[in-house]
Design a protein around this ligand. Structure first.
Ligand SMILES: [Zn+2]
Length: 470
């Protein structure tokens, strides 16, 4: 047996089977095998994680990098540096806010050119479904996108228009044929327009500096009706559907119904919906604005219960930054501010803080923050768990240390975030990508070594690990 290039061992190695003492042997950038703690060949370089936890490298399937075209908002260099500091070894970039958007093969090519040589972690790409590009979906999928994103309501940028029900219906037959996942911003315009007219216009208009005014303008009903529509079309077309950034707890019965029927229907939520509560958001604090909105405390607890029982599959950042002036903080106008929350670097400590106080452990986090996002993006054969054959991507995490969110250590291009100044449980100690250390206690590797993960047709029979489930 050839000897490993590196061994990483610790008292808490989180694999699908356990989170006990183990020694991970790495060879050729992959996990070669997992042995007893003491099994380290003589002379093999050894990393001792000690009492820190060795998690699989985290996967964030919902990141807006915004390059090319809106690199002023973020960009591959800063986004992937923040990811590395946050224990994230794979991100999947959203198809919008960049110019051009990833809605054509040429748009994808421009993304690839823009990302090359800049990435500190691995990067995959979502394609976009917009009115008029149905005929391009097959070519985009063959070109390497991992699936497709669409909006059912105005996306906020004109070059990425939303689809209507008819367009969605037609596209879902095509996506079912391609066996490509469709991820959907699930809010319908009808209930939002109605709510906006009643709470934000005319005599009775609410104060736009108050969070409550904004919250009323994005009612749960807009999400609930969208989820109902998606469920109906999923049943009819057989397309795989995933609801991004679920906020409304009133949609949970529908998701439970979908799961119970065995439909290919999944959902994610985000750290902000699990941490903040509408009742606590100060007037004018537009850094909390996102769509759908952060809702009430009672809603937040229902989302946690849905994670616990498996109704919600994963937690991803929906990192969606913008230049600070677009948040209009001096005016504090929630209705005019850009919607989007910056959090790529902080997902792990933020979620850990809230999860541990509700009785969850780090195996739950490995599932929500690595395995399920990898599976959604079709990367589970390579990413998302510490098992033989997969990439040797690790996040070494000290669950008892603290992470303070502050500008000096925040690697995002812009530092404005609702987490600013807060302290969370746990801290990322170091991050490994394919067996190479890319981050260590505030220091980064000299060179970016991330790869672009373009989807390829399967070359081999699925292994047992591809189907592994609890
Ligand atoms: Zn998003």
């Amino acid at each position: 047996m050839p000897s490993p290039d590196l061994c990483i061992r610790g008292q808490h190695v989180v694999t699908p089977e356990s989170d006990g003492p183990a020694s991970i042997h790495v060879r050729g950038g992959r996990v070669d095998d997992i042995y007893e703690f003491d099994e380290v060949p003589d002379g093999c370089p050894l990393v001792e994680a000690g009492d820190a936890v060795v998690l699989p490298g985290l996967v964030d399937s919902h990141v807006h990098v915004n390059e090319p075209g809106r690199t002023r908002w973020e960009g591959f260099a800063t986004a992937t540096k923040a990811a590395a500091a946050g224990g994230v070894t794979t991100i999947v970039d959203m198809p919008l806010n960049s110019i051009p958007p990833t809605t054509t093969p040429d748009g994808l090519q421009q993304k690839i050119e823009a990302a090359k040589g800049q990435c500190r972690v691995d990067v995959g790409f979502w394609g976009g479904l917009v009115p008029g590009n149905l005929g391009l979906l097959a070519a985009l999928y063959a070109g390497g996108v991992v699936g497709f994103k669409c909006f059912l309501i105005d996306s906020g940028v004109q070059e990425f228009p939303n689809v209507n029900e008819g367009e969605l219906h037609a596209a879902m037959f095509e996506l079912a044929r391609l066996d490509a996942p469709l991820i959907v911003h699930a809010e319908l315009p009808g209930p939002v327009e109605e709510a906006f007219a009643s709470c934000c216009t005319g005599e009775a208009a609410g104060d736009p500096r108050r969070y409550e005014t904004f919250l009323r303008s994005r009612p749960r009903k807009a999400e609930d009706e969208a989820v109902a529509l998606l469920l109906r079309l999923c049943r009819e077309t057989g397309a795989r559907v995933h609801v991004v950034h679920l906020s409304s707890a009133d949609s949970l019965p529908l998701l439970r119904e979908a799961k119970a029927s065995g439909l290919p229907f999944t959902a994610e939520t985000c750290p902000h919906y699990l941490t903040f509560a509408a009742e606590e958001i100060p007037d004018g604090a537009t850094e909390f604005k996102c769509c759908p909105p952060v809702r009430e405390r009672e809603n937040r607890e229902q989302l946690w219960a849905a994670l616990a029982d498996g109704t919600i599959d994963m937690i991803v950042s929906d990192h969606s930054p913008c230049p600070p002036e677009m948040k209009r903080r001096p005016e504090g106008d929630f209705l005019k501010a850009w919607g989007g929350i910056s959090s790529l670097q902080y997902r792990l400590p933020v979620v850990w803080t809230e999860a541990r106080r509700r009785g969850h452990d780090l195996r739950d986090l490995a599932r929500w923050l690595a395995r399920e996002p990898a599976r959604l993006a079709g990367l589970f054969g390579r990413k998302g768990a510490i098992t033989p054959g997969r990439d040797a991507d690790f996040c070494i995490f000290d669950p008892e240390a603290k992470t303070r969110v502050e500008a000096e250590t925040n690697q995002h291009r812009h530092k404005l975030t609702p987490y600013e100044g807060l302290e969370f449980d746990g801290a990322v100690v170091s991050t490994y990508l394919r067996g190479e250390k890319i981050y260590d206690r505030g220091q980064f590797a000299d060179k970016p070594t991330g790869q672009l993960l373009l989807r390829e047709p399967p070359k081999r029979e699925p292994t047992v690990w591809d189907d592994w489930d609890e």
